[in-house]
Design a protein around this ligand. Sequence first.
Ligand SMILES: Nc1ncnc2c1ncn2[C@@H]1O[C@H](COP(=O)(O)OP(=O)(O)OP(=O)(O)O)[C@@H](O)[C@H]1O
Ligand SMILES: [Mg+2]
Length: 337
Amino acid sequence: MIQLRDLKKNYLVQGKTIPALHGIDLKIEKGEIYGIIGHSGAGKSTLIRCINLLERPTSGEVIVDGVELTKLDDQKLQEQRRQVGMIFQHFNLLSSATVGDNVAFPLKLAKRPKAEIRKKVDELLKLVGLEAHRDKFPSQLSGGQKQRVGIARALANDPKVLLCDEATSALDPQTTNSILALLLDINRKLGLTIVLITHEMHVIRSICDRVGVIDGGRIVESGKVLEVFLKPKHPTTQEFVEQVADSTELREAVAHEKATGSRTIARVTFLGEQTYQPILFQTMQETGTVFSILQGTISRMKDTPYGQLVVELEGDEKQSMHAIETLRKRGLEVEVI
Ligand SMILES: Nc1ncnc2c1ncn2[C@@H]1O[C@H](COP(=O)(O)OP(=O)(O)OP(=O)(O)O)[C@@H](O)[C@H]1O
Ligand SMILES: [Mg+2]
């Protein structure tokens, strides 16, 4: 659906060239939710704005639904842009227009007939759960409601792609979750391809299928969320995974164990159905290994449940390694810490 090829962007500031993107190659499939995560200044906004040419790349190709955008004249580009909706961190609503008029705005620009606009606005307000707020002004809405207006407006021209630039960064955690649930619902109902950028791993974990990690204008790691999340390779990715890992307590526990004994500490990861099965307990019983749990979490990545336990194995090294091998043979991921 979206393909970026060797995309480069330099900004010119007071005669000096500042590179923001160093040659991005990225392919986003139709109907997926693709997350791009990176620290402030990494180039996230520049990258996402290049997808609808709000920002013109210095070089490289931007292909959306088979059309190379950088080669289009202004009128054709205008038409193609209707295929791509966008929402923003600070909503960017028209403050002097009602909710209904904000949503109608892109339809008026596209010179749609009045009756059609009215019907479409009804539909969209229903989709985002704001039917009762049609005649209110943005200042009378909560942050979450404002973003719902932003989403309805972005969907007005039936786009194939929705770009989200830090769409939940100005919202509290609970509202963030309700907006993420709405995005997932829209993705499923409408088959819409969604690209979202964020600096929060929680957002990626909740709704994305795949993720790209951007650092210094380069994609340093990418893949399925599950894989990147469970085996982060690049230090920047590892940092982001730590955000949701509750790791201070664990580090303290590991330090304590290492200081006091020579026992083996291992992180055991369960995925999908395994999460709810007593594989660990059975294996330990069978191999006669005594263990204690230092830390444990059960969580969910989009639709996949997973569990992680950090366990301390007692007994000699040979016996511990035997238990670990048995766990691996049963399909669990085991990492000795
Ligand atoms: N209009 C501009 N003119 C000059 N430099 C810019 C411009 N926009 C961005 N930059 C620079 O490009 C780099 C990438 O910026 P960008 O806004 O894409 O980062 P970001 O990842 O979105 O950051 P944040 O999380 O803070 O929004 C930064 O070094 C920034 O200073
Ligand atoms: Mg930004």
